[in-house]
Every structure is written in C-alpha cells, then in structure tokens.
Design a protein around this ligand. Structure first.
Ligand code: KQY
Length: 367
C-alpha cells in the first residue's frame, strides 16, 4: 500500500466519529512483564473478554507477538481473528492507524509518529520502534493507503472528533514537552485540522489526575454524538480531580463546536480513587526506563474510557458503587446501544482502559 504525501483535508478524507458505523476493531495482546503484572496473564483474561464481547457486534482482529501467537489463539474465541505482529506493548488506540473516510466510502489512514507518550523526556518505555510500525502494518492488512507524519507525535487517545469538523484535545497532553515542543499551539492545531479534516479544535486544559499519558482526552471527555459530550466528574472538592473537572466544564460551557452549536455536557462521576495494592505492585517487573508501579499509587480510573461500537458501548467497571451510575447515565445517552460492562481493573493497572486498547476501522464501501 502507498505512502501519501498530500493532505487529507485537501483530498476530501475525514476522521469519522467513533459512533459512526465500523467495519471492525483492532486490539494488541498484552505480555510485557514490566507493565502487566504476572507476565500479563491476568490482563490476557480481560483482553479476551473485551475481544469476545466486541466480537459479538463487529469484526475483531487481535495482534499478537510471535511468542504469544499460539497462546492468544488458544485463549480467544474462533470468531476473533489473530494475526502475528511484533509490538512493544498493547495500546493500539495510541500507536495504531487513525482511519479516515471520504464521501464515497473510500478509506485511508493517518500514521502519526509514536514515541511512547513523551519519548526520552517522560515516555513510559524505551524503545518504541515496533509500536511505531503498527499503523503501517494495519494499513497493509486493511488495504488502505496512509499519510505518514515523520515529524509529528500523536497518540489516538489524545484526540476525539465529532466527525463534523470538531476535534477535542487537552493542552496538558498536546502541548507537553515530550511530543511536539518544536511547534506552537497554532501549528499543532493546523496539523490536526489538516489531517483529521476539522475546522475547530477544542482545548480542554487538563485530563484525569495522575494519568501517565499526560492527560489524554479519551479518559476525560468523549463525544456521544455531535453537540453532546460526557465529562469525567467528581463532586468531592478535596479530590485533586475536582479542579480539573471544573475547569474543563467551564471551558466546554464557554465554547461552540465547528457548526456553532453550544455543547450539551453530561457529567460522568469517577469511581472512588483506585490505588495499586502491594500484591499488584509486586507482580510487575522493575525495569530501568519503564514507569514503576508502586503500592499506593492512584490509577487514572474513569468511566469515560469506554469504546463505542456498532450497537453497543463497552464500558469499564471497577466493582465500585459508582459503576451503577455510569451504566445509568450511558444507557440514557445511548438508547440504541447495549451497555456491555467489563470488570477492567487489570487494564487500568497497565495505565489505560478499554478505549485505549481498541482502535476502530470505519466502514467503507469495500468492507
Ligand atoms: O491511556 C492510554 N491511551 C494508554 C496508556 C498507556 C500506558 C502505558 N503503560
């Protein structure tokens, strides 16, 4: 498949909203022992559940390393496709391709540069070269040409779009030192608008407290549909999350989207703070250059990190009293989709959640 040197916006390609129809989704099988406890065994069970649930609604492809291919194939149901591909970790939202469509239903993709959330400044592991190749390989499998940006670092979890010209990001992440500090905010905005085909970028100040991705928007805020967002929220003024949510709410209340609409904002209460236990911490290998997992560290837990698929929402839950509220809020916001809950503490312990481990491929005219 070809590498393209033109601009998606000029070529008539746009990133669709995640709530638009999918051809399928990708997941990468977890195994690295310095991020996933006990060599990834508990996480593999939960990834299997995520793939199995999503696979009931849309085609799922799981990427597994050569060493894990047989194990993944054995654990996953036969309706999930497993392909062998080298990787550094399992966050396909971030290192995978960002797929685009045009009005005819043709598809292309953006292949951003990936540096493990901050490179040598504050990245989470080193090296990341295998992950940086994942998007290209996904494009080969899907048969789509790609726009490769060698000089622009971006993770898929740091953007959300409404498919109608609006992109949403956080300043904390997109302006972080380890990504594109050679560019101004205006220059970054231009790249986003050119490559996602947007007219307006909404800059939420910060994401979830203690989020090791420098505050990815996909843990903080999401488009339910154009003009409607959900925002992670706490009413506890003593929680460091409080001022982050309040400033985001005030910002989102003060702006309009690309179509000039005021946003309808729905608050999604976060779970009670989730801390790493001694046992969980002891299961993770300590490796120089990888973020350690220490007992008592607070994880960046949020219900906003859900995946929106064909006819369903895959929602992480934590065995917390707030789980029920999240199901209720999302059931009302998505009357036509089934809310599928998955107990996702093991994914959270790796530093993200269901949205971070999935990457949708939009439906085209060919698939
Ligand atoms: O939240 C994400 N999008 C990914 C988190 C990566 C964590 C790596 N340890």
């Amino acid at each position: 498949m070809k590498r393209l040197d033109t601009i998606p916006k000029k070529d008539g390609f746009r990133m669709p909203g995640e709530f638009e129809k999918h051809a399928g989704t990708y997941i990468i099988w977890p195994e690295r022992p310095d991020n996933w406890r006990l060599g990834g065994k508990p996480a593999q069970k939960v990834f299997t559940e995520v793939a199995s649930v999503i696979g009931k609604y849309e085609a799922v492809t799981v990427i597994a390393s050569a060493g894990q291919y047989s194990n993944a194939r054995e654990m996953l149901p036969s309706y999930v496709r497993v392909v062998e591909m080298s990787n550094d970790d399992s966050w396909v939202r971030d290192c995978g391709a960002t797929f685009l469509v045009n009005d005819k239903g043709n598809r292309r993709a953006v292949d951003w540069s990936f540096n493990a959330w901050g490179g040598l400044v504050d990245g989470l592991y080193f090296p990341w070269d295998k992950d940086d190749k994942i998007a290209q390989k996904m494009c080969e499998i899907e048969g789509v040409d790609r726009y490769r940006l060698d000089d622009f670092i971006l993770e898929g979890g740091s953007i959300h779009v409404d498919g109608e010209g609006t992109c949403m990001v956080t300043e904390e992440c997109l302006l972080s030192e380890g990504r594109n500090s050679h560019l101004t905010k205006e220059e970054i905005e231009k790249v986003l608008c050119d490559y996602l085909n947007c007219e307006k970028v909404l800059w939420i100040p910060r994401g979830i407290y203690n989020d090791e991705t420098n505050g990815h928007v996909d843990n903080m805020c999401n488009f339910v549909r154009p003009g409607v967002v959900v925002l992670a929220w706490t009413d506890d003024e003593n929680d460091p999350q409080y001022e982050r949510s309040v400033e985001a709410y005030e910002y989102l209340s003060s702006v309009t989207d690309a179509k000039g609409r005021k946003l309808e904002i729905h608050k999604l209460l976060t779970p009670t703070p989730i801390l790493i236990t001694k046992e969980e911490s002891e299961g993770v290998d300590a490796v120089d250059g990888t973020l350690p997992r220490q007992e008592g560290d607070r994880m960046a837990a949020s219900y906003v990190n859900y995946y929106t698929g064909n006819g369903f929402v895959a929602l992480p839950v934590f065995g917390d009293p707030m789980d029920e509220n999240a199901v209720k809020v999302l059931s009302e916001l998505y009357p036509d989709r089934k809310i599928e809950t998955i107990y996702a503490r093991e994914i959270l312990l790796g530093g993200g959640n269901i949205h971070c481990i999935t990457q949708q491929v939009p439906k085209g005219t060919d698939k």
